[in-house]
Design a protein around this ligand. Structure first.
Ligand code: SAH
Ligand code: SF4
Ligand code: F3S
Length: 450
């Protein structure tokens, strides 16, 4: 008789790196007899893969954790062991605090140790019922120990190429939660990408907290840049699209900029956060560049790839930000014209230099600035998306819509494109004639060619 598989539920917050990590956590646990399920009901192991970037993200984790408690109590009354694990950046930052605050949590582990999950799970499920906190930054790299992918992630796949951050922007927790910058060796990236393409992925999304700072050892022993990796990936037959995120303006070197003009498979989209349009604030943020330097990079990118769609992150209400500084932010957004842009109210994070700066901005000022910025961004995105009406775009369908017969994919410019179409088109690249557009997506009809 086959043993019933144990049910594993993973909930993920935060960036694409965390989504990738969740897939890898599943890859480690599945060979231990787990199967992944979509709901927490009746799960034997619950993993909350958390994000620490802003206060709200962290609060949500603790309220979710509270909801897990009755689930565990109910199951344990039925004699069923239930493991609750907290992973990711809150785990890294809060460690023991989580065990104290949530006595029903069994396991807390940071982003660099999930290859050690077999040992950790054995400890917490053993007779002694140990609780485990592991927030080490081990000398070995988890990438050398992770098993191969258990199942294809689908038409579009993430590949981590770089992790961690040495930039220490004064508002940001990432250098503390993810540790210092580390680039994976080229060969292991190429091997993973080839495996993904063989199992059906057509698009590879290269991930890193500072992905364009990549500097790994190439198969020839020489140091490779991200542009070198992209060129090599472009040679893989069956791979149609390459993307990368997130980039820092200071690491936007000419070879990478030029790659956008030279490599067809490199998609015409770049997420390049500016954070603020004021040089005074950029300096206080320790971004190490001016808005003029940023504008220069954009000009170079548009010279080699005129249709490139640009995207950004912006923080409003960083300590010391005046109305004038905020107007500089509005100006840069107006001038660059983004295809998409994410905006956030500054959130003071424990342990970061900006959190103890004296000149914190009032919440009501943050609110009004955010509202003004978001209205500008919405108008910009809407105008940008509407400019595609009437065009035909190649769309890679990678999601199914909520409604029956609805498919969703991405345009080369990263826009979500909705169509009505046969399910068999899932995973395919199809031409879509764009009929309608909103600030957040496009919709259209499948273009029937002969
Ligand atoms: N490595 C990326 C950003 C990672 S964090 C980069 O350098 O651009 C994603 C975004 O969250 C950041 O770009 C920033 O806009 C936002 N963010 C980070 N810390 C924040 C904080 N304390 N308050 C508000 N937004 C923050
Ligand atoms: Fe955070 Fe700055 Fe590093 Fe980006 S570059 S992860 S914002 S410290
Ligand atoms: Fe959040 Fe950690 Fe990513 S703090 S944004 S999950 S690197």
């Amino acid at each position: 008789m086959a043993f019933a598989k144990k049910k594993l539920f993973i909930k993920t917050w935060g960036c694409q790196m965390n989504v990738y990590d969740s897939q890898k956590i599943a890859d480690v646990l599945i060979p231990m007899g787990y199967e992944q399920v979509d709901t927490p009901d009746d799960a034997d192991m619950l993993v909350l893969n958390t994000c620490h970037i802003r206060e709200k993200a962290t609060e949500k984790v603790f309220s979710d954790l509270g909801r897990m408690r009755p689930h565990k109590t109910r199951r344990e009354e039925q004699g069923k062991k239930t493991v609750i694990a907290v992973a990711g950046c809150v785990a890294q930052a809060e460690g023991d605090v989580i065990l104290d605050r949530a006595p029903y949590v069994d396991l807390v582990f940071g982003p660099q140790v999930y290859h050690q999950l077999p040992q950790m799970v054995a400890k917490v499920t053993g007779e002694d019922k140990n609780r485990v906190v592991n927030t080490d930054f081990p000398v070995e790299s988890k990438f050398d120990y992770l098993p191969e992918e258990h199942e294809s992630p689908g038409p579009s796949a993430f590949v981590a190429v770089q992790e961690g951050c040495d930039k220490f922007c004064t508002f940001c927790v990432v250098p503390y939660t993810r540790g210092s910058e580390f680039s994976r060796p080229v060969q292991s990236i190429l091997d993973e990408a080839k495996r993904l393409v063989e199992t059906g992925s057509q698009e590879i999304f290269l991930l890193g907290q500072n992905v364009n700072g990549y500097h790994g050892t190439g198969p020839n022993g020489k140091e490779w840049t991200l542009a070198d990796v992209i060129k090599s990936l472009a040679d893989i037959d069956g791979l149609s699209r390459i993307r990368y995120t997130t980039s820092h303006p200071c690491d936007m070197q000419d070879d990478l900029i030029n790659a956008h003009g030279e490599i067809d498979k490199l998609m015409p989209y770049l997420h390049l956060p500016i954070q603020s349009g004021s040089n005074k604030i950029l300096k206080a943020m320790n971004r190490k560049h001016t808005h003029e330097e940023y504008r220069e990079i954009i000009a170079k990118l548009r010279a080699v790839r005129p249709d490139i769609s640009l995207s950004s992150d912006i923080i409003v209400g960083f300590p010391g930000e005046t109305d004038e500084d905020f107007e500089d932010t509005m100006s840069i957004v107006r001038d660059v014209v983004y295809g998409s842009c994410y905006s956030f109210k500054y959130s003071a994070r424990p342990g970061t230099p900006a959190a103890i700066m004296k000149n914190q901005v009032l919440e009501k000022d943050k609110d009004s600035r955010l509202a003004r910025l978001q209205s500008l961004i919405t108008d910009q995105q809407s105008t940008y998306n509407k400019s595609f009406i009437g065009q035909t775009l190649p769309v890679l369908f990678d999601r199914k819509g909520r409604d029956e017969g609805q498919l969703i994919g991405r345009s080369p410019y990263m826009q979500s494109v909705h169509v009505k179409g046969n399910e068999r088109l899932f995973g395919q690249m199809v031409n879509v004639k764009i009929k309608r557009a909103t600030a957040s997506s496009l919709s259209g009809e499948i273009d029937i060619i002969d």
